[in-house]
Design a protein around this ligand. Sequence first.
Ligand code: NAG
Ligand code: NAG
Ligand code: NAG
Length: 397
Amino acid sequence: MTPRVLAVLGCLLFLLLWAEGREKARRLQTPEKKATRESKPWVAQGMGRKAKLVSPKPLPKVKSPMNSTAAPSAGKPPASILSQVVARGQFQKVPESLALRAGDALELRCRGRAVRWRYPAHLQDDEEGRLRVKHYAKFSQLLVVNATAADTGEYSCWSLQCQDSPCQEGEDRTGKTFVFFADPQELFVPTEDYYEVVQLRTNRPTLLPCQVTSPLARVTLHREFPPEEVPVDGRDISYDVRRGFTIHRSRPSYAGSLFCMASLGGVRQISTKYMLVYINYPSSAPKPTVRASGTSARVGENFNVTCTVLGEPEVAVDFTWEYPGQKVGRPPYVRERTDLVRRGGQVRQEAESTLYVDEARDVDAGLYTCRAENLEGSASAATCVRVLPAPRGGQPG
Ligand SMILES: *[C@@H]1O[C@H](CO)[C@@H](O)[C@H](O)[C@H]1NC(C)=O
Ligand SMILES: *[C@@H]1O[C@H](CO)[C@@H](O)[C@H](O)[C@H]1NC(C)=O
Ligand SMILES: *[C@@H]1O[C@H](CO)[C@@H](O)[C@H](O)[C@H]1NC(C)=O
């Protein structure tokens, strides 16, 4: 085999391995990217954080007085493994939410042999020993004593497996409830920060987590400058007594300082302030395509490799290159441009990065990889360029 054939084969093999590696990387990457700040208040024990995005579409009508604790759900709810201990030896099924008072105790039991709990992050740092979790043969007990407003939140449990135990077909093996610990002095669940910077992304809902400690509190949303109440119509912005306000459709006009106001029993308080920063997020990571001016170049010739990303206008795309000449310190000679183009009746942005190789040498043969990155993620594309010996007989002319 001639060295040239070897070089071509080597390049092909490289491309193959690279494509495989890229696929792997993508599979590994995807779930990580999904983490949102919405998962922040909860602590997962023995389980990765599970972030769930609110879908921007289904927007049921908001019930304006948020006073129903056990919201009646249509049909029979599945049997929960979670129950509340209301008195010694006396249990009751937990409703969707429980309204207790600061100072009260909460005792929950979860059926199963290997039970895990999830509770508000605040209790994780509990230093006074107010939280106690005890595992027994067939159930686990969670006890919170001298509860405070900050203990307000979701409490859930799940049973890991049920080998050796009579696991009934179709049995629901998780349970959760939202517990309010009302405190007349603390209408909002206390947070550490006086204000919080919140990204108002164009591609996903934004949560303003001003949680109240009583489901009876009346909560409104306000702008600081100019001082005004922000209308909450349940479509663009909705309110959930257990989560706070969700902005479903981001608009630049929502940017600025917002806060929530709660009133109950003659007391009125404001929440943490949220500094909303509008960010034009792309709907997805870029999908670059890469092409060389030719699949091969002769020694001494110029060639270029162009990486193109078609996407939404006004979304910044960063390009980085890996190329064979890097190893010997060939200076990168790159030019970038962005244009608006019309595709299928839509205005799209075409971002391009071109890597120029002047006077090709043998070291320039190989794989040219372009990595394109935007706020949603990154992806790579590559192409192989062969370098052929200069034609015999020198330059024409
Ligand atoms: C609670 O909600 C019901 C309707 O769901 C309403 O009739 C009642 O007046 C409300 N009570 C309070 C205290 O807001
Ligand atoms: C709970 O409060 C009571 C009375 O205020 C106190 O005696 C007890 O030590 C507290 N328990 C914990 C674990 O803080
Ligand atoms: C790349 O090289 C080809 C051939 O030399 C040339 O026609 C083309 O204009 C170059 N592309 C860019 C973006 O400069």
